[in-house]
Ligand binder design. Structure first.
Ligand code: FAD
Length: 534
């Protein structure tokens, strides 16, 4: 079946929905179709706890401080003009979220309860208890439902974006005029592949955490958009910069996703200690438990390795119990549910893969290297995060770029046409898979490879091993892909392998340690500051 719309948005997190709302407001006559691969609310956005960063109290804070904090975290790889733009436009985007119905905690009728997180020099994080993302997602979905020109399809899996390749042309990575005409979507209710043509396509597919064994990202975070972009020969960059959150709740039987103990708990006074109750962060950074995430995660990794222990602890026993429960009701309840009272026992924590700083290379209006194809949110590399993301800057980035993409698309859309002559998906020669274990086992292998060889601390030998093993997995999976009818699981496996390859390859190209990338073979930072473009 072939369907048409003006704008096709893949993803229903903050990136996809805020773009859709901004565009629907700017151009009520433009038809917008937004798709999600599971139910509409399941995405990284829903799990965000800490909040959204914005300069809010101009008596205490100013744009310059937020800019400097972001640049400092990014370890000289941020694009300063993008940082300034996001920081300066950020407060207006947050005001819009509030107008659209998102609630943030207040200390009184006039003032928001601003929190401070690691790497921030001022209190500037707006939050709703410790479930900010769920609140934002709720408000965005509600607002979206009020527009007649937005159609939302759940359980539609985007397989690939459509380019000249599907018209039989040989498309290469150095070709300057690749064009996107929409995407092939697998309707997960009847397993039919549908052709969805659009004048503009926007990838808002979120993060990549599922390449690792322990991650705070939900199961949908398989890097589909980045993998699609790479297959379409678009530009992807800085994929080595994977942020490990220092403090996910440790469980002896690992949970997927791992439960996050927000950075805000450390901002609130929680202190990292070893299992025997010794503070250790003073050996690594003068900001101690509030140092940027990369420093804290490496410090924890080092302490665990030196002591041969599976976790360290977050001590909150000295904090005011009433205030703690008021600020972190979700974290408090989760801890209680596993038999830990944070007011009486230390919380066991481990680092877990949390955020992808790199991704689809886009410009200041979210335009990718492929014509008519934009990208927004965690799947992108805008230049904001550089080599390391400052806490709570990602929701902000998605809101700011969602607005800018909508403005750009609104200006151009009426001059564009739907491409004619696009062939439907060809499934000839494929059969139903006989052994699903081939897929599940390969996903497990991939997670092991990435966790052992391409984790917080890397080396040439480990990266080479990872590349060899990934190559084998890639060959096996391509054979399966070409002989089997499509399923979301098989497509996700294929995408996860591509993301694993992109992270590992980018890591081997960076012959220095910078930001989130640390290698024992090149422990120092070099003078050159270039991105790793693949
Ligand atoms: C536990 C946790 C806590 C966090 N806390 C914070 C915080 O406090 N502050 C902050 O700024 N950031 C935080 N982050 C990061 C932030 O939540 C994400 O970076 C942000 O929400 C990403 O939004 P997004 O719209 O780009 O992607 P997502 O919200 O992940 O949305 C992705 C969407 O794409 C869809 N999709 C993906 N692939 C396909 C496909 N093939 N076909 C169809 N649909 C597809 C999914 O179904 C989903 O709808 C946190 C992340 C996690 C996991």
């Amino acid at each position: 079946m072939i369907y048409q719309t003006d704008v096709l948005i893949i993803g229903t997190g903050i990136a996809g929905l805020s773009t859709a709302i901004q565009l629907a407001q700017a151009r009520p006559e433009v038809k917008i179709r937004v798709v999600s691969k599971t139910n509409k609310a399941e995405c990284n956005t829903k799990y965000a706890q800490g909040g959204i960063a914005a300069v809010w109290d101009r008596n205490q804070d100013d744009f310059e401080k937020h800019v400097l904090d972001t640049l400092d975290a990014g370890d000289e790889l941020c694009n300063e003009s993008i940082v300034r733009m996001v920081v300066e436009e950020g407060p207006q985007r947050v005001r819009e979220l509030i107008e659209w119905g998102a609630r943030f905690d207040k200390i009184d009728a006039m003032h928001y309860d601003l929190a401070r997180e690691g790497g921030h020099s001022e209190k500037r994080i707006l939050h709703f208890q410790d479930v900010t993302g769920a609140e934002i997602e709720r408000a965005l979905l509600e607002k979206t439902s009020r527009f007649d020109n937005i159609e939302l399809l759940e359980h539609y899996y985007a397989i690939d974006v459509i380019t000249q390749h599907h018209l039989g042309y040989n498309v290469t990575r150095i070709m300057p005029d690749i064009e996107c005409y929409g995407a092939y979507l697998l309707n997960l209710k009847n397993l039919e592949v549908e052709t969805h043509l659009a004048k503009i396509t926007i990838l808002a597919t979120g993060g990549t955490g599922q390449i690792y064994r322990t991650t705070t990202n939900p199961l949908v975070a398989t890097g589909d958009g980045i993998a699609m972009m790479y297959r379409a020969k678009g530009h992807v960059e800085n994929m080595e910069f994977v942020q490990f959150h220092p403090t996910a709740l440790y469980r002896p039987t690992s949970e997927n996703p791992a439960f996050l103990i927000s950075e805000a708990v450390r901002g609130f006074g929680g202190i990292l200690k070893t299992q025997d109750g010794q503070e250790f962060m003073q050996h690594y950074d003068e900001r101690r438990s509030l140092a940027p995430r990369d420093i804290v995660a490496r410090a924890i990794d080092n302490e665990m390795k030196m002591r041969g222990e599976d976790y360290v602890c977050l001590d909150c026993r000295h904090l005011d119990p009433t205030e703690f429960k008021k600020h972190f009701p979700n974290i408090y309840d989760k801890c209680l549910s596993i038999g830990i009272d944070p007011m009486e026992q230390m919380i066991p924590v481990v680092p877990a893969c949390h955020y992808m700083c790199g991704g689809i290379k886009v410009d200041d209006f979210g335009r990718s290297s492929i014509h008519y194809l934009y990208a927004c949110g965690e799947s992108t590399n805008t230049g904001l995060h550089g080599a390391n993301r400052l806490a709570s800057n990602s929701l902000l980035e998605a809101a700011v770029f969602g607005y800018r993409i909508a403005q750009d698309v609104a200006q151009k859309i009426h001059a564009l046409q739907i491409k004619a002559g696009i062939p439907e998906w060809d499934a000839t020669g494929t059969a139903h898979p006989k052994e699903l274990v081939l897929i599940t086992q390969s996903i497990k292998e991939l997670k092991e490879i990435m966790s052992y060889y391409v984790g917080i601390v890397r080396s040439n030998v480990r990266l080479e091993r990872a590349l060899n093993r990934l190559h084998l997995l890639y060959e096996e999976t391509e054979d399966l892909y070409h002989s089997t009818t499509l399923s979301a699981a098989l497509c996700e496996l294929r995408n996860l392998i591509t993301i694993g390859y992109l992270v590992t390859r980018s890591a081997s190209m960076r012959r220095e340690s910078r930001g989130l990338h640390y290698t024992t073979d090149y422990p120092e930072k070099q003078d050159f500051k270039q991105s790793t473009l693949l």
